[in-house]
Design a protein around this ligand. Structure first.
Ligand code: 5GP
Length: 194
């Protein structure tokens, strides 16, 4: 853990390999995963409190009313949000925190926290490769696939707005880029000076 915590926001279109890269950040660089709230039902193997806090839509909406979220957005028909409580320890510099959120959420965090957070966008090598990866998962029908690809095109348009872009052509190489970004960010005066 660094002396002053790093709040790393990672966004990517689905199929870019973000989940694998995030897992490596947690395993190798001791980031803590920011657990979001969502109204999406759990997938097999997902654990409440570890992968997400799974809540109903009314519960989510009352949390919004209470101002409990740093950011929230609707993604693929479900609500997702990062609670203020989840990021508090990172903001007080006590830990390095990883936020795996969509581009709408990332822009809200940018508006609220500005340079306190670091924003990284993961790009697939090409749209053709993205389509190939989504197809190889074999979990989606043609309509869902077409929707995910259209959304990916939309999301990729936001890439220039991030601090860094990492092309995930090969996982280990992309991870090296991420590790280099983190290393450089830890050397910024705001984090490195006593
Ligand atoms: P999934 O349902 O596959 O876990 O996530 C779908 C999308 O929602 C992903 O792009 C993920 O980054 C995004 N997401 C997960 N948690 C949050 C959150 O707290 N806020 C926002 N804005 N997006 C999130």
């Amino acid at each position: 853990m660094s002396e002053r915590g790093l709040l790393l926001v990672v966004s990517a279109p689905s199929g870019a390999g973000k989940t694998t890269l995030c897992r490596l950040l947690i395993e190798r660089l001791s980031f803590r995963f920011s657990v979001s709230h969502t109204t999406r039902p759990p997938r097999p193997g997902e654990v409440h409190g570890r992968d997400y806090y799974f809540v109903s839509r009314p519960e989510f909406e009352s949390l919004v009313q209470e101002g409990a979220f740093l950011e929230w957005a609707e993604v693929h028909g479900h609500l997702y949000g990062t609670s203020v409580a989840e990021v508090e320890r990172a903001l007080s510099g006590e830990e390095d925190l990883l936020l795996d959120i969509d581009v709408q959420g990332a822009s809200q965090v940018r508006r609220k926290l500005g340079a306190q957070a670091v924003f990284v966008f993961i790009l697939p090598p090409s749209l053709e490769e993205l389509e190939r990866r989504l197809r190889s998962r074999g979990t989606e029908d043609e309509e869902t696939l077409a929707r995910r690809l259209a959304r990916a095109r939309e999301e990729i348009r936001f890439a220039p707005w991030f601090d860094y872009v990492v092309v995930n052509d090969e996982v280990e190489r992309a991870f090296e880029d991420l590790a280099a970004i983190i290393r450089a960010e830890r050397c910024r005066p705001a984090r490195a000076l006593p």
